[in-house]
Write a protein that binds this ligand. Structure first.
Ligand code: PDD
Length: 285
């Protein structure tokens, strides 16, 4: 079955789904994106993802190309046409097509929109969750507006590749003060030896992850000790547990940081329990 992509008003076989060479996303990374989990053919936390999308667009003064309701229908249709039960739906909006000029194109330039959906290897993800994964740390060399879910991801790409070359699955960015900000495509968490769950506050230094927001509700509902504060790399090395969150990985235990085992080197009980609990608190569209 050929994959179907929605591009600027049409559902097309992926090989025919193309964008213009002067699309500002292609030339300037002038756009934003969202990734939602698809589980049992339902889109998870779609409303919160669309709210974050609207915020990202507003910060960049890109107009929403269609209503939220229409966008939700397109996402659902992409999931359906690609027969995705468990996977991801990806959506990207750019400032549109215009003759190359750094400043914004004339008002009325139509934004471009692309939506794709694909299946994820759920069993493979569960195997990784059972073993835990390794992360490395790298200097955070990104711009100051990482709260905008922009498609300008070059530092994230380089960090993820560095992780891969060192046998790890994720890279944690570290700010100049030695504090972990977040992963290249996930939020970062630790559990202290005293059992407190710690994650950085969602200021401009990190993306306000939707999985992170929902997980904060889970943690509060379970009565776990929680601190939203920055933590250092040293604190992470000495933590009882570490884990990361994202729409594609939900809650994923981290068992090594820079080649040092975290805790006893196996997935922690808090991360494992939160992973099991997560979908009871998420919205299913
Ligand atoms: N990444 N931080 C960064 C830099 C991210 O790119 C992501 C998501 C997150 C977690 O956000 P959420 O819980 O809303 O997925 C945090 C997506 C999955 C991606 O780029 O594929």
């Amino acid at each position: 079955m050929s994959r179907i992509t929605y591009v600027n008003g049409r559902y097309l076989p992926q090989r025919e789904a193309t964008v213009h060479v002067e699309d500002r996303g292609y030339q300037f990374s002038d756009g934003v994106y969202e990734v939602c989990e698809v589980r049992g053919a339902h889109i998870i936390d779609q409303r919160r993802h669309l709210a974050r999308l609207k915020r990202s667009l507003a910060e960049l003064e890109i107009t929403m190309p269609m209503t939220e309701t229409a966008l939700a229908i397109v996402m659902r249709e992409c999931v359906r046409r690609n027969r995705v039960r468990d996977g991801l739906v990806y959506l990207q909006i750019t400032r549109g097509v215009a003759r190359r000029d750094h400043a914004f194109p004339p008002p009325g330039t139509a934004p471009s929109i692309v939506v794709t959906a694909r299946t994820l290897n759920v069993a493979g993800n569960e195997r990784i969750a059972a073993e835990g994964l390794a992360v490395i740390t790298v200097p955070d060399n990104r711009w100051e507006r990482v709260d905008i879910k922009s498609i300008s991801l070059l530092p994230n790409v380089l960090a993820k590749q560095a992780a891969r070359e060192r046998g790890a699955k994720e890279a944690w960015f570290v700010d100049r003060g030695g504090h972990v900000t977040e992963g290249s495509s996930s939020n970062a968490w630790i559990v202290t030896m005293g059992g407190t769950v710690v994650t950085r506050p969602a200021d401009n230094g990190i993306l306000r992850g939707i999985t992170r927001s929902v997980l904060l509700d889970v943690i509060k509902a379970q009565g776990l000790k929680l601190e939203e504060r920055p933590f250092t790399v040293e604190e992470a090395y000495g933590a009882r547990e570490a884990f990361l969150t994202s729409a594609s990985q939900i809650v994923m235990p981290v068992v090594r940081i820079d080649d040092r085992p975290v805790g006893n080197g196996a997935p922690g009980s808090v991360a494992t329990a939160l992973r099991a609990e997560f979908h009871r608190h998420a919205d299913w569209a």
